[in-house]
Design a binder for this molecule. Structure first.
Ligand code: HPA
Length: 275
């Protein structure tokens, strides 16, 4: 695994400024943020040695190298979902690459179904914590001690300081920000009413099909993480209605400007590495 990673990293290294320490996964709800990245260079995933290749037609993934809010960033346009058939090592491979390229902060977004009755479609939820319900763990197997410890601590997965910064930015700019626990499940089915109810009872406020694997690997690798969900559909006990991929996409699109603003402002407040 390390040898394979090193090949990827040595191919990418000359194309990425040395002081880049901010990584972004442009998940659902953050696609537009790509257009705020200046001086950008796009590297298609197909060109990157050993990178997982997208099997879904019309799903072109790119690594974007550039500047956001004046800071050097490395952004993933397009991620790998477990439900697409990738195994957990493939889903999280780009995070390992980021780690070896010196990324210290990871910003991640997703679309999620809201189970907390105080939420509304279109809300942004700051992820305070998560519950991992994926059937395979991304760290299962021999531990690479060079990448992280065997039994990583998970007591502060979504960095407290980064969350406080995001809250302060939201308050100052009158952006409504919800808080909650994100439940990560494999999909691709949306939940049954009983499943939404169950996830809520065990402590979940929102549920989605991504993020948790990448975040676990990012924490294993010592990164500080900020995660946000766009609430694209509501699934409160007794009031669950039909949900479609199209509705999810529409709600996420509408929430984009405020989410992009929140992330860009948070990025502005970070310190970059001295070179
Ligand atoms: N469930 C799971 N994943 C989702 C949902 C949902 O209701 N909405 C958006 N992604």
């Amino acid at each position: 695994m390390l040898q394979i990673l090193k090949e990827t990293v040595s191919w990418l290294r000359p194309q990425i400024p040395e002081n880049t320490n901010i990584g972004i996964i442009l998940g659902t709800g953050l696609g537009d943020l790509a257009s705020n990245i200046t001086g950008k260079k796009e590297i298609p995933y197909e060109k990157i040695p050993n990178f997982p290749v997208s099997t879904v037609e019309g799903h072109h993934g790119n690594l974007i190298v550039g500047q956001l809010g004046g800071k050097p960033v490395l952004a993933m346009q397009g991620r790998f979902h477990f439900y697409e058939g990738y195994d957990m090592k493939q889903v999280t491979y780009p995070i390992r690459v980021m780690q070896l390229l010196g990324i210290e902060y990871l910003f991640v977004s997703n679309a999620a179904g809201g189970m907390n009755s105080a939420f509304e479609v279109g809300d942004i939820m700051l992820i305070d914590d998560h519950i991992n319900l994926f059937p395979e763990h991304p760290l299962r197997g021999k531990n690479e001690d060079a990448l992280g410890t065997r039994f990583p601590d998970m007591s502060d997965v979504y960095d407290k300081k980064l969350r406080e910064t995001a809250v302060a930015i939201a308050e100052k700019n009158r952006i409504k920000l919800q808080h909650g626990v994100y439940v990560g499940t494999q999909g691709p089915t949306f939940e049954t009413p009983a499943e939404y109810h169950y996830f809520n009872i065990i402590g979940g406020d929102a549920v989605g099909m991504s993020t948790v694997p990448e975040v676990i690997v990012a924490r294993h690798g010592g990164m500080k993480v900020l995660g946000v969900s766009v609430i694209t559909d509501m699934a409160v006990y007794g009031k669950v209605v039909e949900v479609s991929h199209e509705e999810v996409q529409k709600a996420a699109r509408e929430a984009q400007p405020k989410l992009a603003f929140l992330i860009e402002e948070s990025v502005k407040q970070l310190r970059i590495k001295a070179t």
